[in-house]
Design a protein around this ligand. Structure first.
Ligand code: FEO
Length: 167
């Protein structure tokens, strides 16, 4: 199956963005670990695994259709934040950026009349809704927790229950 060169380039760029997301969430998990918030760290570690999976899903698609894969350098992630709330605000704004990239890819597939890639990308469109929603949810919990003793501990306990789901 043939995809356009522009689509091939854009999908390779998306692989890099997903692997960067993985690296960013790994840095966030380190931040939480160093601040003794092991539940938050667990959540971020699982998120990092998921993002790695997203990048690999695109890579596998390119291989399946016989398109080129060009793995590029992964940029250094940010690694200092002032508070858990700041971390999750950064995560939410990052996810909004990724949603924009996915939407651009989807629109490109539609304008190319590239049905296979359009259908492939639908999973990512849905996934982004979920990703933004969970980041928003944690941001609002952290905002409500502001100044309430023990509330951060409760959220940490909740996020510590997240388990890795194999796809
Ligand atoms: Fe794979 Fe969070 O975007």
């Amino acid at each position: 199956m043939k995809i356009t060169k522009a689509m091939e380039t854009a999908l390779n760029k998306q692989i890099n963005a997903e692997y960067y997301s993985s690296y960013l969430y790994l840095a966030m998990s380190v931040y939480f670990e160093q601040n003794n918030l092991n539940g938050f760290a667990n959540w971020m570690r699982i998120q990092a695994h998921e993002e790695w999976g997203h990048g690999t899903k695109i890579l596998t698609y390119l291989l399946d259709i016989g398109a080129g894969v060009n793995l590029a350098e992964i940029a250094k992630p940010e690694n200092s934040w002032k508070s858990p709330l700041e971390v999750f605000k950064a995560s939410l704004s990052h996810e909004r950026k990724v949603t924009g990239m996915i939407n651009d890819l989807y629109n490109l597939a539609r304008s190319d009349k590239d049905n296979a890639t359009e259908i492939f990308l639908q999973w990512f469109v849905t996934e982004q809704v979920e990703e933004e929603s969970s980041a928003e949810d944690i941001v609002s919990k952290l905002e409500m927790a502001d100044g309430v003793p023990g509330a951060l501990f409760m959220i940490d306990k909740e996020l510590g229950q997240r388990v890795r789901v194999q796809e």
